[in-house]
Ligand binder design. Structure first.
Ligand code: GDP
Ligand code: IMO
Ligand code: MG
Length: 430
C-alpha cells in the first residue's frame, strides 16, 4: 500500500498537475491539502488540455477527489470549474468530489483587500494572484474565518459575515481608500453557493480514513512550491500557506504514519511568477528561448514566467524540508537544442561560497550563482519512453541532478501529454 505526496520543489508550476494525473491511475483517492485558486495545474490527455485551479488533478482518471481542510476555497470559482470540467465529460458528481467542512471560504472582501493591498504597496508589491488567498488565511489565523460548516447553516453564516463585514468595511474605507461592500448581496450570492455545494461537503478525514481502511491508496496533491512556503520560502515573497510535504497531513486530516513516499517535482530549469529574488534568473536570449519553448505563461494569471537555470541549492533545500524519497524531472524536452546547459550548484555571497539557501533576503538578493556547465543535446526527445534511449548528454544531466540532490529520479517528463513520460520507478507499483 502506497500513499504518496507530490510537492513542487521550486517556485511553483513545476508540472505537478501532469505528474498527479499520471500517478492517479494507481491511486483511489486524490486530495489537495493547501492553497486555493492561486494554483493552476495543466493536464494534457490525448491532445486535450484541462486546467484546474481547485479540483484535484486526479479527477481526469475518475478517482475520488478531495478538497482538504487546509484549502481556502472561492465557491464561485469551484462551481465554474465543476461546470467547465463537466462540460468536457468529466464526472464531478458528489460521489467523485468531497469538500472538507473545515475548508475556509474566500469572501469578496478577501479579494478586495488583496487588490487594495498590492496597489498600496506599489513597487514593494508581492505580485500575488489577486485571488484573496493571503487575506483569507489571515482571517483563518485570527479566528474570523468562515468555513463550509458555517456556510451550510444560514443563520450562523449571516451572523458571522455581518460582524466581520463591519470591520472589513471600516478597513477598506478608512485605511485602504477602497470601495466598501454590502451585506445582503453577499448573503444572497453565498446562499446560492451553499445550495449547490451542500451535497459535496463531507468529513474528509473520516472518508479518507475509511477509504484507506478498505485498501484504498491516496495521492496528496501539493500546490505552489517549497520556495513559496510561508515558513521556508523567500518570505515575504511567498504564498500564505504551508506548501511542504509535512502539511499534506494537517491539511487533509490524515496522520503522518500513513505517508509512504514523497515525490518532489523538479522542472529541468527554474521559473518564477511574481516578485522576489531568483539567483539563477536569466536575462538573455537563452532565458527568452526557454520561456518561449517552454510556453512559460502562468495558467492562473497569464503572466510571463521568469526563467533561469536549474538551481540545486534550492533543490537541496527542498529535499531536506520535504524528506523527498524521489524526484520527477519535468520539461526536459524544453532544454533540447541548447549548446550547453548549466546547473547552479552554490552561491557566491561577497566572496563566500554558500551551499545552503540563505534566509536573509538581502543576502539572497546579493548572491551570484556558481555554475557548472554541461554539454547540451540537439535531438527532440519528446518521443522517447526509455531512459537508455535518451541522448547521452541528457542522461548525464539527469544523473548529475540526482547526484546533487542525493535523491533518485523516478519519473522524467518529456512533453505535456500524459503519455510523454519516462517512468523509471513507479512509486505505486514497484
Ligand atoms: P503545476 O502548477 O505544477 O501543475 O504546473 P503548470 O501546469 O502550471 O505548468 C506546467 C506547464 O508545463 C503546463 O503547461 C504543462 O502542460 C506543461 N508541461 C508539464 N510537463 C511538461 C513536459 O515535460 N514538457 C513540456 N514541454 N511541457 C510540460
Ligand atoms: P501552482 O500550484 C506559481 C505566487 C504568486 C505570488 C505569490 C503570492 O500552479 O504551482 P498568492 O496569490 O498566493 O498570495 O501569491 O505566490 N504563486 C504561484 N506561483 N505557481 C503557483 O501555483 C502559485 N501560487 C501562488 O505569483 O508571487
Ligand atoms: Mg501552475
Amino acid at each position: 500500500m502506497s500513499n504518496i505526496v507530490i510537492v513542487g520543489t521550486q517556485w511553483g508550476d513545476e508540472g505537478k498537475g501532469k505528474v498527479v494525473d499520471l500517478l492517479a491511475e494507481h491511486a483511489d483517492m486524490v486530495v489537495r491539502f493547501q492553497g486555493g485558486n492561486n494554483a493552476g495545474h495543466t493536464m494534457v490527455v490525448e491532445g486535450e488540455q484541462f486546467i484546474s485551479h481547485l479540483v484535484p488533478s486526479g479527477i481526469l482518471q475518475g478517482k475520488t477527489c478531495f478538497i482538504g481542510n487546509g484549502l481556502v476555497v472561492d465557491p464561485a470559482v469551484l462551481l465554474e470549474e465543476i461546470d467547465y470540467l463537466s462540460s468536457k465529460g468529466v464526472d464531478l458528481s458528489p460521489d467523485k468530489l468531497k469538500i472538507s467542512e473545515k475548508a475556509h471560504l474566500i469572501m469578496p472582501y478577501h479579494q478586495a483587500i488583496d487588490h487594495a493591498r498590492e496597489r498600496m504597496k506599489g513597487d514593494k508589491k508581492i505580485g500575488t494572484t489577486g485571488r484573496g488567498i493571503g487575506p483569507c488565511y489571515e482571517d483563518k489565523a485570527t479566528r474570523r474565518g468562515v468555513r463550509f460548516v458555517e456556510l451550510l447553516s444560514q443563520a450562523v453564516f449571516r451572523e458571522k459575515v455581518a460582524t466581520i463585514l463591519e470591520e472589513k468595511n471600516f478597513y477598506l474605507k478608512h485605511y485602504m481608500d477602497a470601495e466598501t461592500l454590502d451585506l445582503e448581496p453577499i448573503l444572497a450570492e453565498y446562499s446560492g453557493y451553499a445550495e449547490r455545494l451542500a451535497p459535496y461537503v463531507a468529513n474528509v478525514s473520516v472518508v479518507l480514513s475509511d477509504g484507506m481502511q478498505a485498501g484504498g491508496q491516496v495521492l496528496f496533491e501539493g500546490a505552489q512550491g517549497t520556495h513559496l512556503d510561508i515558513d521556508h520560502g523567500t518570505y515575504p515573497y511567498v504564498t500564505s500557506s504551508s506548501t511542504v510535504a509535512g502539511n499534506a497531513c494537517s491539511g487533509s486530516g490524515v496522520g503522518p504514519g500513513k505517508i509512504t513516499d514523497i515525490i518532489g517535482i523538479v522542472k529541468a530549469y527554474t521559473t518564477r511568477v511574481g516578485e522576489g529574488p531568483f539567483p539563477s534568473e536569466l536575462f538573455d536570449d537563452v532565458g527568452d528561448a526557454i520561456q518561449q519553448k517552454g510556453v512559460e505563461f502562468g495558467a492562473t494569471t497569464g503572466r510571463k514566467r521568469r526563467c533561469g537555470w536549474l538551481d540545486t541549492v534550492i533543490l537541496e533545500n527542498a529535499a531536506r524540508l520535504n524528506s523527498l524519497s524521489g524526484l520527477a524531472i519535468t520539461k526536459l524536452d524544453v532544454l533540447g537544442g541548447l549548446d550547453e546547459v548549466k546547473i547552479c550548484t552554490a552561491y557566491d555571497y561577497e566572496g563566500q561560497r554558500l551551499e545552503h539557501f540563505p534566509t536573509d533576503l538581502n543576502v539572497l538578493a546579493a548572491c551570484k550563482p556558481i555554475y557548472e556547465s554541461h554539454p547540451g543535446w540537439a535531438e527532440d526527445i519528446s518521443g522517447i519512453r526509455e531512459f537508455e534511449a535518451l541522448p547521452e548528454n541528457a542522461r548525464k544531466y539527469l544523473e548529475r541532478i540526482q547526484e546533487l540532490a542525493e535523491t533518485p529520479i523516478q519519473i522524467v517528463s518529456v512533453g505535456p501529454g500524459r503519455d510523454e513520460t519516462i517512468v523509471l520507478d513507479n512509486p505505486y507499483t514497484d
